[in-house]
Design a protein around this ligand. Sequence first.
Ligand SMILES: [Zn+2]
Length: 450
Amino acid sequence: MREHVMPVRRSSIRWEMVEIELRGAQFREAKHAMSSWLPCRGCGLSDFPLGGSPWSPRHRAMVPMVDLGNLPLANRLLSVTSTSNAPYPLVVYYCHNCALIQLADLVPRTEMFTDYVYLTSASKTMMEHFDRYAEGITRRLDLTAKDRVLDVGSNDGTLLKAFQRRGARVLGIEPARNVASIAEAAGVPTLTNYFDLKLAKRLEKVRLVTANNILSHVGSLRDFLATVAHVLRPNGLFVFELPWVADVLRNNSFDMIYHEHLSYFGLKPLTRALREEGLFLVDLEYYPSIHGGTFRGFASPSFEEPSHLVKEMSAREEKEADFWALRDFSERVPKLAHHLRDMLLSLKKEGKRIAGYGAPAKATILLNYCGIGRDILDYASDTTPLKQGKLIPGVKIPVVSPELARTKPPDYYLLLAWNFRQEILAKEREFLDKGGRFVVPFPQPEFVDS
Ligand SMILES: [Zn+2]
């Protein structure tokens, strides 16, 4: 049985320890991090000039708040023959200067994006969401065939395909080769590149830049935003979707925290970073059921008074995503992990068979952090062919197709893809009607039956 991984208590996090880990991981900003405190990705500040010892907490802008321990890279499913996926420390920091919640950038990005296995088109919910997205923005900007849409992190081209259907010219930028080639094959022109100023200088100016669930992944956030500002026309718009950190904290969904997700955005630090790069957050839309709570931001190169919803959500966030909310979250997470594992162990004692439903990146975090291994889950079923036949890192749980899972259905499914809860429960009507049950991990572990 795999040793149960539980986190180091927050109070035991020592800065010296983090620095040693940085050295070991060949952190690409290591020189900076070691010569000073870790700089904030949002505001760039690392320490406050308050005097006194540099080790004094009063001196630091960035403080470590949540330590999930050493965990494997979430997206890197293992093939049966190659089973190495080195764990990296997963520590969440809070910036006292701008309120951005973030990770230290510990993992070389080539480690993370070469073989990306998430496909937008795998989910009906996301296909429909992106279709409405393209419809809404085509109308809002009155896009015509003269306008060009640039999607950064365009994945398999699902969103751009929806813009193409409405007559716009499109260009995708997607660093993961395997995913970019799927988009190309579907007729969506795609550059296999990172989005940076060097690339942007080769591109024509565009009316619309979209980036969905991308800003969280960006190491040099300010450079990225400057690049967006560079490539936009004066009447253009930058539209992006992100999980709202207030939802992550409220839902206890710590599995949203993984090495690929470097920043956990609230509106306050985001508005500030955008403004400092010449972009103004003018409007928002909020989708509580997409990825457990997602907002769509609209940023313009010219100033406009922010909409009512920008003001309303910013005000809510003051209490829901501040230092104290993050501290409370850090105390709830280990309790929830224990509770979930205990629930599953009791089922095992009763002789029940349990499997995972879905093998999203976040399953790697949930299973490894909670210590839910092959002694508890027989397999995880997932519709994405790229994942089938592979193993979830760390816990090494095999991923199988839904067809194979149906030949040996469990008594209980642990809902790892909880962000598609409604879609999945509707799809698994038959399983539920036959007496099958789901265990939903968040906001508190619970059973769901027919
Ligand atoms: Zn900051």
